[in-house]
Design a protein around this ligand. Sequence first.
Ligand code: ATP
Ligand code: MG
Length: 471
Amino acid sequence: MKNEHGHILVVDDHKTNRLKLSLGLKQQGHTVALAENGQQALDMLRAESFDVVLLDIIMPELDGYQVLEQMKSDSKLRDIPVIMVSAVEEIESVVRCIEMGAEDYLPKSFDPVLLKARLGACLEKKKLRDLERAYLQQEVMLRQSEKLATLGKLSAGMAHELNNPAAAAQRGAGQLQAAVAQLQQAYLTMSEVSLSHAQLDSLRAFDQQAQERAEQPFDQDTLARSDREHELETWLVDRGIENGWEFAPVLVGLGTDAGELGSVAEDFTDSQFPAVITWLSCTYTIYSLLEEIGHGAGRIAEIVKALKTYSYMDQAPIQSVNVHEGLDNTLVMLRSKLREGITVRREYAEDLPKIQAYGSELNQVWTNIIDNAVDAMNGQGELVLRTRQEDGWVVVEIEDNGPGIPDEAQANIFDPFFTTKSPGEGTGLGLNISHNIIVQKHGGEIGVRSAPGKTCFEIRLPINSETAENA
Ligand SMILES: Nc1ncnc2c1ncn2[C@@H]1O[C@H](COP(=O)(O)OP(=O)(O)OP(=O)(O)O)[C@@H](O)[C@H]1O
Ligand SMILES: [Mg+2]
């Protein structure tokens, strides 16, 4: 066995035992720290990192069992191997310690050969365990950064897309509260000026008109509209309606004007008319706000639905994938990034067959490549998405007319963490993730041809593969 050296903690309440062990360990090349009681041992373990603990069982206050127990319940100390040091007559206690998770034991009668053999085995195990843990941690971090990398690209755009309708709905709900309170007031006032059946019928007709108009507001020329508002406001104020300035824009939106309201006014008395105007204005405002809120919520639902199709949520991981749908959904998800200055040309093959694939992973690939293309074109240029069938393959090309990838970089672009972007703009994982998804998961191929003014990523996916990982 290879001779491992370690940093060893010796815990014993007897000074002679401590020194004897310490000497023996030092002679074998280890470094040693000493603790004279259980509590001191735990404090040292938490402050410093040790490879092995040699632990006496019988000690005053905190004994060996308790130290062992506390170590095993502490995730930071759990994996440090513990060798119990015991007198021969304590054999039953040793069994108990091993059941509690101690690695091994040594008799108190100090034997350098035995010490070397047991310690060597322990250190070797500890080293393997540390390696395993480091590997797992790295693996977890890599998976996490992969997920975050794609998520980051989408979430900025998504936040932007969701923000407008959400803000509109929220604003609408706030205004609705005030409008409903005003409507209640109008009702109370109207009940005081008791209306006839005929008058109520004309209000019902207005209610209907308000509902319809709110659903389909008409497009009015801004200048003409403001003229009409001004005219109506003057007319209302002349009729003694104080809030004329507040009601005029609403009533113009409803499509009425001074002429129409003049004939309505004839049906009501002077004391009834202001209440009727308030009621009419509030009613239309409320219908319009409801419409606005509904519209905002509907837009949010639409975006969430696109996100669901994009991510193939609620679906089996491998399915029959329509590549064109995936590309189109990706364009929807990246809409805010593509909006200005980028034209997208789609040259899709007719009758492109569906392929057996991991749909959401493929969408990650399209996202990463399109994201890079848009970055490269710096917001100005043309993006071409091309598909074709070739023998047993579906071929997808994503092309941009940006500055291209320098020859010396082309060999590295698929390496993890290779990036030419400044920190915060790129992690260098996009193409590495894409490569893994296409090559490892699908048994496909991914490559690039690039020159200034034309960069084309070509992805080839087998149509009828058992996807590679399952093959
Ligand atoms: N269409 C392209 N035109 C020019 N250079 C590109 C293009 N696509 C990729 N590159 C280069 O390849 C590098 C690696 O791309 P990759 O997507 O792996 O990482 P990244 O975009 O830098 O960061 P991220 O992890 O955010 O995607 C980029 O930094 C860029 O230099
Ligand atoms: Mg990228």
